[in-house]
Design a protein around this ligand. Structure first.
Ligand code: C2E
Ligand code: CA
Ligand code: CA
Ligand code: CA
Length: 274
């Protein structure tokens, strides 16, 4: 190991060497984590604002590493994407989320986050179809949340895959809407059923300009026949604004934090029941 270390020093600065080794260790741990079943899903409820009913939940991945503790998805998903692990990991999430949702009352939808790497893998449509068949969840109860990066390149492959899934009745949601570069042009080119307004807009909804943007996105959704969901709703004032402006759905700590499936299985029918 000593001579290896010396070799590395010839190519990297000392600080760089430490970074490279930390990164390698993270990759090794991540690869082992799937085998060791260290991943779990939490579920966060999504509410229809007009009826105050819970209409579904979003699956959010959690890594409980014995060595590192609870690692947030923003820290490990990008690494899993770079080393290709996101493909089996994403398949696991899809299958697991659908299996849990199969036990929910009729009509409640399950939303699953999907990374660009998965959609471009070529096996994606097949793995979605297999997760539905395995769990018995009907296609119209599954929602796939994608971000702009999914739509950025290879748009032909992506468009074909998304259209194929949509033909089965699966819904496509555009996540983190508004923070990207050309969200509007994607709405024109890709079949989208839902947009999720990024939580940074909801956080600043009491500012005049941000309020105007949110109001406009809600109007845009109404005109295009696209469901608009507000993310990161934390206060009654934010929910009141969204309700007044006709936003269809809300998600955030005010409605419910992500929690174990058992806590929300079956999901409460309305906020009054929480
Ligand atoms: P996202 O898809 O935008 O998920 C929403 C994030 O906002 C979640 O963070 C959630 O816990 C958090 N959140 C929900 N309500 C509130 C609120 O009221 N206030 C605030 N401040 N935050 C709220 P989380 O669970 O840490 O996930 C972070 C990101 O990791 C997700 O962002 C998503 O991009 C990614 N991710 C999570 N699970 C998966 C997965 O299974 N596959 C893929 N590809 N990405 C995932
Ligand atoms: Ca999401
Ligand atoms: Ca989001
Ligand atoms: Ca995000």
């Amino acid at each position: 190991a000593k001579s290896e270390g010396r070799n590395v020093y010839r190519f990297f600065e000392p600080g760089m060497d430490a970074m490279v080794r930390a990164r390698r260790a993270l990759e090794t741990d991540l690869e082992a984590a799937l085998r060791r079943q260290e991943f779990e899903l939490d579920f966060q409820p999504i509410m229809n604002i007009a009826s105050s009913e819970i209409v579904g939940a979003e699956a959010l991945m959690r890594w409980h590493s014995p060595a590192r503790g609870l690692v947030p998805p923003d820290d490990f998903i990008p690494v899993a994407e770079e080393i290709g692990l996101i493909v089996p990991l994403g398949e696991w999430a899809l299958r697991n989320a659908c299996t849990v949702a199969a036990g929910w009352p009729d009509g409640l939808r399950i939303a699953v986050n999907v990374s660009a790497v998965q959609i471009k893998s070529g096996t994606f449509a097949r793995s979605v179809i297999s997760a539905l068949a395995f769990s018995g969840v009907p296609a119209d109860r599954l929602e796939l949340e994608i971000t702009e990066t999914v739509l950025m390149d290879e748009s032909d492959t992506v468009l074909k895959t998304l259209s194929q899934l949509r033909d089965l009745g699966i819904r496509i949601a555009l996540d983190d809407f508004g923070i990207g570069y050309s969200s509007l042009s994607y709405l024109r080119r890709f079949p989208v059923d839902k947009i999720k307004i990024d939580r940074s807009f909801i956080r600043d909804i009491d500012k005049r300009d941000t309020a105007a943007i949110v109001r406009t996105v809600i109007g845009l959704g109404a005109q295009l026949g696209i469901t608009v969901t507000a993310e990161g709703v934390e206060t009654e004032a934010q929910l009141e604004f969204l309700s007044r402006e006709g936003c269809v759905e809300a998600q955030g700590y005010l409605i419910g934090a992500p929690s174990k499936a058992a806590d929300i299985n079956p999901l409460p029918k309305s906020r009054a029941a929480i």
